[in-house]
Design a protein around this ligand. Structure first.
Ligand code: CTP
Length: 404
């Protein structure tokens, strides 16, 4: 994710975690510059951030080797500003428009979105003055990654601990993507299915498939970043729940059908990326089958309900998108699947190729609609997800205007 993040580090012990946050942003492709308060520089040396970013840290309004007016240049350079950690003092300054040092002056000059990750002692956090400042920041449109409860550096336990580094990085990247790429799904509710399903043979054995869930989770993040309210109906995966998404965990195809139909009732679109089992054992045993007593030479299977076809049959002006994982005749199979399932778009991918097979981090897909086929180049799953989400936004607009 290209883009510019201005990281403002303020003077609390959690300042050391800002280095990890910075690295997480850079690994995702963001360019980061740092402004620090003098107090922050007593916890972590500016040299650390200068080595990590390759740029001088803005510490002083009147003394910056790369800029005559650092607070204005940095505020104009930034796509988003992240204050991490944010002390009670800097929260108060930002809430009240005080600009008496390099960090607070830069933040006052920022027209870009600002994300604040507070960290402080529990009594400072609970103080009504801080809570009122928090409400003021929210009223001003400042985004927050709220602190969590935990053991604090001052030896006590309670609220005020900096949110986990991963959470701060994810929220910052989400804000950055939405800021740079736009939010074509703002005000929309999108349902996404992901992962495999497990069909029970007995309480400890099941039939499953190799789906990792990565594509569906990437879609959930992309739809969230594009401004949508997202319900992610997920089969069993090892993936972390995306932040800011309603995750509904299911196991079987029958459970996925029920949860997806329920969520689709109030939605604008559904993107069904799950690898749903086509068959399920007809009569799963209610006890663990014993090799010695119950000779299991075959399992009788029955077909599962087709969620994609079920949603498409009753979609009205809502958009339904399915996936086609094929090993041969990709476009022909996807085109006939589009007609058979009655959906608005099929995302076709050739799972016989290593770069677009189950579990990979990349995908090469072709979007198939009634209008024709649109092959996309090989991309990371996050970029593929973003392209699909953009197409979904257009399909919603087309359907709503009666053009599809
Ligand atoms: N799908 C679904 N419910 C099912 C099976 C599949 O919603 N019970 C959805 C998947 O989430 C995906 C698409 O249908 O979006 C994939 O269809 P697929 O399983 O490939 O379709 P089939 O009709 O089984 O076709 P094939 O036999 O060619 O694989």
């Amino acid at each position: 994710m290209a883009g510019h993040v201005l990281l403002c580090v303020t003077g609390g012990i959690a300042a050391y975690k800002a280095c990890e946050v910075l690295r997480g942003l850079q690994v995702a492709g963001a360019e980061v510059r740092v402004a620090m308060t003098k107090a922050a520089a007593r916890f972590v040396g500016p040299v650390t951030f200068e080595a990590l970013t390759g740029h001088a840290v803005a510490l002083d309004l009147f003394d910056h080797p790369e800029s005559a007016i650092p607070h204005i240049e940095l505020s104009e350079w930034a796509d988003i500003a992240l204050v991490c950690p944010c002390t009670a003092n800097v929260m108060a300054k930002v809430a009240h428009g005080i600009a008496d040092d390099c960090v607070s002056a830069t933040l006052l000059a920022c027209a870009c979105p600002v994300l604040v990750a507070p960290a402080m002692n529990t009594r400072m956090w609970d103080n009504p003055a801080t809570q009122e400042n928090l409400a003021t920041l929210e009223r001003h449109g400042v985004r927050l990654v709220l602190p969590v409860e935990g053991r604090l550096a001052c030896g006590t336990s309670g609220a005020g601990k900096l949110a986990p580094v991963d959470a701060i990085v994810e929220d910052a990247l989400s804000l950055l993507r939405g800021t740079i790429l736009g939010r074509p799904l703002a005000g929309r509710h999108v349902v996404i299915t992901a992962g495999p399903t497990h069909e029970a043979i007995d309480p400890v054995r099941y039939i499953a498939n190799a789906s990792s869930g990565k594509m569906g989770y990437a879609l959930a993040r992309a739809a969230r970043d594009a401004g949508a309210q997202v319900t992610l109906v997920s089969g069993p995966t090892s993936l972390a729940a995306p932040r800011g998404v309603d995750l509904v965990g299911v196991t079987s195809a029958a459970q996925m059908l029920e949860a997806t139909v329920a969520a689709f009732a109030g939605a604008d679109a559904a993107v069904l990326a799950a690898a749903v089992a086509d068959y399920t054992p007809a009569s799963p045993a209610d006890h663990k089958l014993k090799k010695a007593h119950e000779h299991l030479s075959s399992v009788e299977l029955v077909e599962t309900a087709d969620i994609l076809a079920t949603l498409s049959a009753d979609s009205g002006d809502r958009v339904v998108v399915g996936f086609a994982a094929e090993t041969n005749d990709l476009i022909a199979n996807a085109t006939s699947k589009l007609a058979r399932k009655g959906c608005d778009m099929i995302v076709a991918n050739d799972v016989s190729r290593p770069e677009s097979t189950f579990g990979s981090d990349t995908n090469r897909v072709t979007l198939v609609t009634a209008e024709g086929t649109e092959p996309l180049e090989l991309m990371g799953k996050d970029d593929v997800a973003h392209a699909i989400v953009g197409r979904v936004a257009r399909l919603i607009a087309q359907k709503r205007s009666g053009r599809a």
